[in-house]
Design a protein around this ligand. Sequence first.
Ligand code: NAD
Length: 478
Amino acid sequence: MSHMTHYIDGRFVEDRSAERIPVTNPATGEEIAAVPEASAGLVDAAVQAARRAQANWAEVPPIERAGYIHAIAAKIRERVDLLAETISREQGKVLPLARGEVLGMAGLMDYMAEWARRIEGEILPSDRRGETIYINRVPVGVVAGILPWNFPFYLIGRKLAPALVAGNTIVIKPSEETPLNAFLFAEIADEVGLPKGVFNLVSGRGRAAGAALSGHPGIDLVSFTGSVPTGIAIMEAAARNLTRVNLELGGKAPAIVLKDADLDLAVEAICASRIVNTGQVCNCAERIFVERPVAEAFTERFVRRMAEVRYGDPLAGQELDMGPLVNAVQLGKVEAMVDRARTAGAEIALGGRRADRPQGYHYEPTVLTGCTPDMEIMRKEIFGPVAPIAVVEDADEAVRHANDTEYGLTSSLYTRDLNMAMRVTRRLQFGETYINRENGEAYQGFHAGRKKSGIGGADGKHGFYEYMETQAVYIQHG
Ligand code: NAD
């Protein structure tokens, strides 16, 4: 990697006086880089550059804007190995998943670019003679994209592609845990010759660079993905300027297994949803409600399947299902939550402790049984490979507990009864419901959280239009 620094106004900007933030490989605990903390002045320079570039960028025909996005996607595919290894090293996900993240992001960029010729307005009949009214869609202006560490590269594309195709410019701040893949992205954006100021990158911590960005009066939309407390802090900072927010926050996805479910399918899909990215995914199955008649059979098969999960250092050469947790704080948090669940009466059917490895932040695949809906482990986001199971008497009870949460992002349901599936789905208060399959969204869907899981959403037509405003035009003519 040649540039490990901010990218502002079409230039890589070194700031030798800046404080450095260490970046760690979570599989080994080793420091692998030290990256700069952007000052408030540099954040301001990035926002000003984006502002200066925006009007001209909005004049570029959408199909040409989309051309840059396709060009970036093509270069990303050429560099998939380097990008995947970088993500794996700084974030800890296994290589096939890191490759999937990179290629999936390139695919999302191409998908969003296809919206260039599909932006639509409306023509309305007027109450007056000789008047035409139309509603046009126009860019929001300057977008701030503030990113989490769990799918750091995918999230760059998820925010940048719709923002730029719609005619906005953007300032991205990656997570301080996982900035290295973003520097590689900046090199690619530079190579395709995006007009200067259209894409800017500032490296830094949340409470400094992130806060400066979300409270900056030059930002028109803060598009944030991360935790609920940070989402609230960002909304408060944005409120001072009445800046719009798009918030993709945490989740506590219920997986409901009814008595007529295909148990093999349910076991496989819920296990996949629980261990992907070591359980650090916002839409992961975070709690399981299983109907009593199949509770024993499901639990026995699920524990057996989770016991087969292979974990370790993603770059050590073996084939693995999951890597470490992202850092020591996350490991400590998962460990403490499981300990408190045990004290509250949950039984450890599998795992329940940090892995016996000399280094890194590894936690064993864990299954907890005998959980009750009031336990913290069933209510708070775990973000680790821990599956708590509660037994319910019927679908009604499952739905009641599933909805009794402050989150509303994702949910899943396993049943062979179509009528039951439709009835339950209508009552689930979540932005997404997966029926008889693992959790995971499509480009053309709409990934949006209800309650404290967020405001607005991403992907598809609805996600694209979050980056546009409407303008109503009244033309009085003869
Ligand atoms: P986080 O909230 O700790 O940090 C996210 C980003 O916000 C980082 O870039 C951080 O530097 C920045 N930040 C922190 N404090 C800030 C402040 N005061 N002002 C401005 N920026 C600030 O989240 P995380 O730990 O990186 O990510 C994990 C969380 O993200 C989980 O809760 C997960 O559920 C959620 N997540 C949600 C989605 C979704 O689509 N809904 C997707 C991925 C992750």
